[in-house]
Design a protein around this ligand. Structure first.
Ligand code: NAD
Length: 310
């Protein structure tokens, strides 16, 4: 069997680590390179570095030195990004470097090696919806509203420009919110669990009515790999989830699940000042029929809560 060199960027983070776990189930891997700078919210313990096929390069993807020791790469899954909207508001320039310049460097590598690329983007590039507006489609015009989503949209446009100009083989995925084990503590679900365990009030932005769509991280990881191997170049794949919830409903579900394990906890909620430019609602649909999206699990927080309780 022919074996290939894979590169996954951002695999010390939440979604990238699950992508690597799913990829390692394949038997066509010669070497699997990970480039991650071990930035905010990442952890070496997220990565399966014990598998003999894995090589970890601790570098910034925006630096040329990240690529010096790589052999010719066949497949690239690009996930490295400054991924937190709040951090993008306090430090927007970090997003420019990682999400724009970092993606440009990945595109240069793709071009040089003739690799196939999947660039992992987000539904946030479409902007936001009001309550009764229909879901975003792959044809929706990009209208990002935060430095995070603007730089992700810019990265998507760079990918499309390299497809048009240089004929690279690349697809873009745009997913909704992910839940599951290993997410950085600054994000909603781990924050809520952390506050519950410390017996502190759970902070909720605004009135808690903002709506998000949720997919389990493993289903997202499988969808990214499915697009890599069965997807078409110059094509965007939205990856919808299994449920829409207001933030308040999500917090209730987390409390319910944590109480199953720790019935002695007394939850309390505190409404805090809303995030600047807080997007109201995200919802996506897709014209594609990915198996991993069709077969995704029903919403269930069990493994997520168990992970943080450990
Ligand atoms: P994360 O913050 O958990 O992981 C990102 C990883 O990228 C971290 O390990 C970080 O160290 C690394 N990184 C950041 N900048 C880097 C750089 N310049 N060089 C090298 N490494 C760098 O984020 P995540 O939630 O796993 O998101 C991964 C990707 O998926 C991102 O591109 C994000 O935009 C996208 N996405 C996330 C969600 C979600 O719900 N979390 C939804 C849709 C799309």
């Amino acid at each position: 069997m022919k074996r290939y060199n894979y590169l996954v960027t951002g695999a010390a983070g939440f979604i990238g680590s699950h992508v690597v776990d799913e990829l390692l189930k394949r038997d066509d891997i010669l070497q699997l390179f990970i480039i991650d700078k071990l930035g905010e919210g990442s952890s070496v313990s997220n990565m399966n570095v014990h598998d003999k096929r894995v090589r970890f390069i601790m570098e910034d993807i925006a630096n040329d030195s990240a690529y010096e020791d790589l052999p010719n790469i066949d497949f690239i899954l690009h996930l490295a990004a400054e991924s937190h909207v709040d951090r993008s508001i306090t430090n927007p320039l970090a997003c420019m470097t990682s999400n724009l310049m970092g993606t440009a460097k990945i595109l240069e590598l793709t071009r040089k090696d003739g690799a196939r690329l999947v660039s992992v983007s987000t539904d946030e590039v479409y902007g936001h919806l009001q309550l009764d507006e229909p879901a975003f489609t792959e044809e929706t015009i990009l209208a990002p509203r935060s430095p995070y989503s603007a730089t992700k949209a810019g990265a998507d446009l760079l990918v499309q420009s390299y497809i048009t100009t240089y004929g690279i083989d690349a697809s873009i995925t745009r997913c909704c919110n992910n839940y599951g084990p290993r997410q950085a503590c600054e994000k909603l679900i781990p924050t809520v669990i952390g506050k519950l365990l410390k017996d502190e009030p759970i902070p909720i932005y605004g009135n808690g009515q903002n709506i998000r769509e949720w997919v389990h991280v493993t289903d997202h990881a499988k969808a990214i790999i499915e697009v890599l191997h069965t997807g078409h170049t110059d094509t965007v794949y939205n990856i919808p989830g299994s449920i829409h919830l207001t933030n308040l409903e999500m917090v209730d579900k987390i409390i319910e699940k944590v109480l199953e394990f720790k019935p002695e906890i007394n939850p309390s909620i505190e409404f805090v000042d809303d995030r600047a430019g807080h997007d109201f609602k995200y919802s996506i649909s897709t014209k594609h029929s990915l198996k991993s999206v069709r077969d995704q699990r029903d919403f269930d927080l069990s493994d997520t809560v168990e992970f943080y309780l450990k």
